[in-house]
Design a binder for this molecule. Structure first.
Ligand code: GCU
Length: 427
């Protein structure tokens, strides 16, 4: 019989819960980042671009769908500039981005805050928001744009959303998730767009979003690898970067992209495809984002495909019930960010996102960063809550609390990005 000595029992009992749980808990091993699909190893940094292209092709054909390469006649119009916004803390610009001269075509509205104290181009955090630009801050100067909201006259079971003007009382409702003053105080600009401007978030929403602008005919049947909502939102993030590249207040080499939850999945896919994003933050992006499909805990592919059938391409639906058959996994998505700095964060009570799966995905992506000459993650044991771990190129924390973005999260992201961009300047 195995007998615990008093010392052993004490050590065992007082280990933090996370350290007791062996992370893997996988249905099968995720594909290795440094191995081609044919089994050959990626043994040098010179071979990485070929493996990278292979991984991108797999994500595009089997997970998110293909992003069209055709350019639209995108135009930018600065609607307003207020040099004294937020009690003089910021310059606020609001910019309309038109994708097509067609009347009624979707357009997106960028809310941009630049620190008023800036003496030259500044780094920027760019991200999509869930509830409209007016929700990001209680700043009364933010335009009340149209949102996709439940129709009050529709039956409660209806999933149909309609375009309605944001109400004034929704101003600042998501302010705690955006921490505008904190971002500005650290010398960063913030650019954000309501994600529904790009594509509404419901099954059947495609005719109202940017994907409609790429259709040869409005009745065309989607191909199994046609892009879906996450692909469209990611495309929109790149169009924000297009604008930022034209704005002399912004340093185009210091664009950090951030996303929470489904918009974290989106930020990762955007940065995988668009190398202008020089730093990436995934806040609780979960399965379909930073978290491994093959981990048993957390959301399943079946849940993703059933509840959100419009997020991923049709091909992804074949993996419902078969996470072991997906030819990629989240570790490969994170590897596509290398060698650019990447921060992944989880929340203790966010079981859907599977915090340990997000952490382990970073562990498995780390060798790619090392191969490309960057410091590896360094961590292998799941950390205690509120103890950030990692290196200058790969950061991670799991904080106490629920699925959300908090001041604690932003403090970590601002520290990480400030250090990364300061060393970029020194090079
Ligand atoms: C749901 C979904 C997640 C997603 C989250 C969000 O919880 O299951 O995959 O990340 O919504 O976007 O808020």
């Amino acid at each position: 019989m195995f007998k615990l000595t008093a010392a052993l029992a004490a050590a065992f009992l007082f280990l933090p819960a996370a350290a007791q749980s062996p992370i893997p808990d996988l249905v099968s091993a995720p594909p290795a980042a440094l191995q081609f699909a044919n089994g050959r190893p990626v043994s040098s940094s010179a071979a990485w671009p070929r493996r990278r292209a292979e991984i991108i092709r797999l994500f595009a054909s089997k997970v998110y769908g293909q992003t069209p390469t055709r350019r639209l006649p995108v135009t930018f119009h600065v609607d307003s500039t207020d040099p004294h916004a937020l009690n003089g803390l910021a310059i606020r610009k609001q910019i309309t981005v038109s994708f097509s001269p067609r009347p009624g075509a979707p357009r997106m509205h960028i809310l941009l805050y630049i620190p008023a104290s800036a003496s030259g181009p500044v780094p920027v955090f760019e991200g999509l928001n869930f509830t409209g630009n007016q929700s990001v801050s209680s700043d009364p100067g933010i335009d009340l744009g149209p949102l996709w909201l439940r129709d009050p006259s529709a039956p409660p079971t209806s999933h149909t959303l309609t375009r309605q003007t944001a109400s004034a009382d929704s101003r600042g409702r998501a302010a705690s998730q955006w921490q505008v003053e904190k971002i500005l105080a650290r010398g960063f600009a913030l650019a954000t767009v309501y994600y529904g401007d790009i594509e509404p978030d419901f099954d059947g929403g495609a005719p109202f979003g940017v994907r409609s602008l790429f259709l040869k005919s409005p009745h065309a049947t989607p191909a199994p690898d046609d892009w879906a909502a996450i692909g469209a939102w990611a495309w929109g993030l790149s169009r924000i970067a297009d604008y930022l590249a034209t704005d002399p207040a912004i340093d185009p080499h210091k664009i950090a992209v951030i996303g929470h939850s489904r918009l974290g999945k989106t930020a990762l896919w955007a940065a995988a495809q668009d190398l202008r994003f020089s730093l990436v933050v995934s806040n609780e992006s979960g399965k379909g984002g930073a978290s491994l499909y093959r981990r048993i805990p957390g959301e399943t592919i079946e849940h993703l495909n059933t509840v959100f059938p419009h997020w991923f391409c049709t091909n992804f639906h074949q993996y419902t019930g078969h996470p072991d058959r997906v030819p990629v996994d989240a570790n490969l998505l994170l590897a596509l960010i290398a060698p650019r700095p990447l921060y992944v964060a989880s929340a203790e009570d966010d079981h859907t996102s599977d915090p340990a799966g997000e952490f382990y995905s970073v562990v498995l992506a780390s060798p790619v960063f090392e191969l490309l000459g960057k410091p590896g993650f360094g961590a292998t044991a799941f950390p205690p809550v509120n103890h950030p771990v990692g290196s200058a190129s790969l950061g991670y924390h799991v904080r106490t609390g629920k699925h959300d973005v908090t001041a604690y999260d932003w403090d970590r992201y601002l520290d990480f990005a400030s250090a990364a961009f300061a060393s970029a300047k020194a090079q």
